[in-house]
Design a protein around this ligand. Sequence first.
Ligand code: ZN
Length: 376
Amino acid sequence: MSSTPPSPTRSPLRAARILLLTAAVGVSFGSWANDHGGDHASGAQGAAASQDEPKVIAKDSLKRKMAAGKAAETSAASAPSGKAEPTSVSMAELRDLIDQKIAEVRAKQAAAPAVKIINKSPKPRPAAISSQVRQTMAAHGAAAVPGLPVGHDLHWEYTGAAGPQSWGQLNPEFKACNTGTRQSPIDIRDGIKVQLEPIQFDYRPTPFRVIDNGHTVQVNLDAGNNITVSGRRYELVQFHFHRPSEERINGRQYEMVAHLVHKDAQGRLAVIAVLLDQGKEHPMVQLVWNSLPLEKSIEQASPVMLDMNLMLPEQRQYYTYMGSLTTPPCTEGVLWLVMKQPATLSPYQASVFSRLYANNARPVQSASGRMIKEGQ
Ligand SMILES: [Zn+2]
């Protein structure tokens, strides 16, 4: 590989091919991140993660994108680029050059393992990519398990051996579930009563999709719904449900809770909790139930729009404290805004959810002297 230096006619071609390959790989992973960055709660301060990632979808989608990336790479490698090639080179020469380059690349690939062993060099490029993918998967709640293929979904549950007490040991990525000091949910009590600035809601009727992701029923929304808190603007990306409510207010647990997950431009999360008490039917909850998918992990688009203003209770006072995601990886740095007034849903609506998830609430965590503010 370090034989003859590339001739002047070869190096533009080489440069063009490297560019094409780089572009193909870049586009592939770049678009993957875009597709998945916005549709769920990924990370506080970039470290993050969503509990409620539609894992199967994400995995399949990743496979598709990787295949697309490969295809792009292949076509880039095999397509003689007329633009990049100097006009003085004939087609036959061009073919020879390409054959030669391909042979060079193959020889390098064949030599790679020997180089790796002798020089103890870092992993070759493909392994580096897969580790990047693995990290991304983990950050989205689909953590890697030693001995299993990359991207295998790590199984966690609300009961049994993979239940909340064990989340922190299931994977190093989940460590915060056990060792974190600002975990959620908490029993909200003894808050400092203050005048909190109102949350500014900028919600509008929006198309939505419903998914049963194996941990909850989640609604993914198109862009366009925002809140502003303390001068910071967050966009609503999804909401989902827990039964019973994860939050307690002075020890009281409610029938259910809806978590409205918002993310700002830096990836910081703000979650609005709307407690759901038994009572009158909730029209928005009914719209979601109407679009429940028949199968898990498959998004079901609704033919109607969802107006999130109607998900909120009439009164907008709230409690606020700093906490974490309530599912692995339990990432901290999440701003919690818990509405003081519960909304209601009918006993039938609650029973629909309990047929799918009778208990998907993490137990309350120690408040550890955290500041809780209660709006008046
Ligand atoms: Zn939640």
